[in-house]
Design a protein around this ligand. Structure first.
Ligand SMILES: C[S@@+](CC[C@H](N)C(=O)[O-])C[C@H]1O[C@@H](n2cnc3c(N)ncnc32)[C@H](O)[C@@H]1O
Length: 200
């Protein structure tokens, strides 16, 4: 899916989140659950990838992280800022495939939810490299995505990810630390995966 498709979604919604397929106006339950058992977020630098309307970024900030959040659709960033005028989150327009150089190794936690599954399979390797780029030494990448069986046909978008596709995100110096399947959501199983970069 390309930028103009996402731009059209936000534009045609005309401020009505019910018209944005991922516009739940709440952080993802798998993120909320993960944050509830996490004790190490206070003061950490976190990056929310493809932040959309901002709910996940705000949840990370509420958990104590110093959060940057980006989306390549400027209208999404404006919308998130309007929704959370008092926010401590640094919202900005940026492209996952052209991240600012100052974000290299800059985040203790990089979080992505539902952006990878919106990409054509051919871009997943490049996306994995981009996610790893932003993870600091000793930092982590948290991925939440819908799950699909190997060989299961799926007419996307979105394109739920197979176990192999999740495991392949262990690149650019990241190793897979945990992979949970089947948690939450009525629609279909989900992955929640955590990857780590060793301390320098
Ligand atoms: C399916 S939505 C998920 C939004 C949000 N993460 C959530 O869980 O509600 C995917 C988001 O990623 C953004 N996106 C897609 N490709 C991107 C890219 N290359 N760089 C930055 N944002 C991107 C889209 O504009 C959209 O807001």
């Amino acid at each position: 899916m390309r930028r103009d498709w996402f731009e059209a979604v936000y534009r045609l919604a005309e401020g009505d989140a019910a018209c944005v397929p991922w516009g739940d106006l709440a952080p993802h339950p798998l993120l909320v659950e993960w944050l509830a058992r996490e004790e190490r977020l206070s003061g950490l630098r976190a990056l929310d990838v493809g932040c959309g309307l901002g709910d996940n970024a705000e949840a990370l900030a509420t958990a104590g992280a110093k959060v940057s959040a980006f989306d390549f659709v400027g209208a999404a960033i404006d919308w998130a800022k309007r929704r959370f005028p008092q926010s401590t989150v640094d919202y900005r327009a940026a492209d996952l495939f052209a991240l600012p150089t100052e974000w290299r190794g800059a985040f203790d936690l990089v979080h992505e939810c539902y952006t990878l599954q919106a990409l054509p399979e051919t871009l997943l390797g490049k996306a994995a490299q981009a996610l790893a780029f932003a993870v600091a030494p000793g930092g982590r990448l948290l991925v939440i995505a819908r799950a699909r069986e190997e060989g299961e046909e799926f007419r996307g978008p979105p394109w739920p990810l197979t176990r192999k596709q999740i495991e392949a995100l262990a690149t650019g110096g990241l190793t897979l630390a945990s992979l949970e399947e089947g948690a939450a959501r009525k629609d279909r199983p989900h992955w929640r995966a955590v990857f780590c970069r060793a301390r320098g």
